[in-house]
Design a protein around this ligand. Sequence first.
Ligand code: ZN
Length: 562
Amino acid sequence: MKMPDFKSITYQRPSLELFRECVMRVRLKIMTAHSPEVIEGALVEFQKALGEFETAAALCRIRHDLNTKDAYYQAELAFFEEAEPMVSELSSGLYSALLNSEIAESLKTNLGNMIFLKAQNRKDTISREVIEDLAREAALENQYDQLVAELLVEFEGGKYPLGGIQPFLESSDRQQRKQAHLALATSFSSIKETCDDIFAQLVHLRTQIAQKLGYKDFVELGYRRMERYDYNESDVEAFRNFVVENIVPVTTEIRRLQRLRLEQDNLKYYDLPILFPEGNPVPKIAAADFPKAAAAMFRKMFQKEPSFYDVLDTHEFTDLLTRPNKTQGGYCMTLPDYGIPFIFMNASQTADDVSTLIHESGHAYAAIRSIDSSMFLECLSPTLEACEVHSTAMEFLTYPYMESFFGEEAGAYRGLHMTRTLLFLPYGCMVDEFQHRVYRSPEMTCEQRHEVWKELEAKYQPFLDYDQVGFYQQGCAWHKKGHIFTSPFYYIDYCLAQIVALELWDLAENDMKQALQTYDQLCQEGGNDTFLALIEKAGLSSPFSLDTLKRILYKACDYLSL
Ligand code: ZN
């Protein structure tokens, strides 16, 4: 198939009726078939219908996000918001039939075990009785997203959305930085009660859903939803303990050195984002020239011309620059029928632009490399920690090329990136422990939750000095973290991914060719196995191994001369 330009792809709303008919037909075939061939043929038919649906959904999402004022795609998006839960439930029913098939065991030989694990997981996490609750949960999550998206920060006579205030939070002028942080706290204070209320409802609702599905509490269901097939709560707890005992002291030292560099007696919370007195490094080339620089970098890195990035760029499967009426944030989304990922982001000339572009490119590279790895769309990408290894590792593997973005400041950028990696680990674990505490005791009041957060801040970020700002003193900082509201238990995935990515970085420091081969192998496997199995197959070690953790931490500290 000749690769189309993104613009030339025709969008058509998929028919839910035809999809339902297809599911019924395929289900019946699975239930009555006595030969694996018949079932495999039926599954191919279902995958074709699912692919069409998901391709249209992705196309609609991207086109909407490129211009949120486009009324046509607004209406189409509303269609998908209603259609997606139905498609999900129909698929779940179909896979239940597969699980119950008399020849399930012999099917595993050809189809692989992963789709069966996923089928069982769907059965364990969705049922008719909770469909309405799930819709309510999604509505509450949207309510939080909407609230934060509409939040304006009043600063220096202007009103800024959260994305717009970002450069001021990193200003090298301390007074301006302090005022920007105060303004941010003030605007979050104005929605404090609403945030607390939304979260309280979410905690109760999620607990209810968990109990209806037969779980003790939402912690158990949360792990199932995140598809943790080969590690459990105690593995995660041991990981967090390692971070508290070994990484928190390192971050305290990072903060002490930062204070000395900034020549301050006290490092206040508003000083934390800025690492160098002259400000954090910013790209030396205009955002409009990022595509050219990225394309050249990936050509050199993978020694391939054109590189995957050239191809995406030429066919306009990238949209990097920020502009009015474009959705905030960045992501990589694949059109399954074409097997092509789209890179979406909002570059605005900060160091984060470069890491975001490379991060999303990592997701895109993995999507392209794994496109033929499974007959099941559901198994093309792995679970989320593994996906985040694809993207985060790319950030480290591109270290040698940062001169083309940051010129003489490339070294400072690498230092900033590595420092942020270490600082993130305790923060990520704190968010994770907070959620365990909250969902273990769903009867807690809002005030009690704030107390827990304060207690955890003292444990994971002992250097914090909130300068008497009420909003933070009261233990409300977590209101700013969307994942706590909308993606429960997702956060530890980033921490686990960072450790594996750091292992690849360490490998690259010694032998880049070998590191790229290992990375490529991991990407090619797609989602054909569970997280730890994929890591092991690629020849990497488990992020839960204490020896690995110690070794990686030592290398990272050495790199930063700590
Ligand atoms: Zn990512």
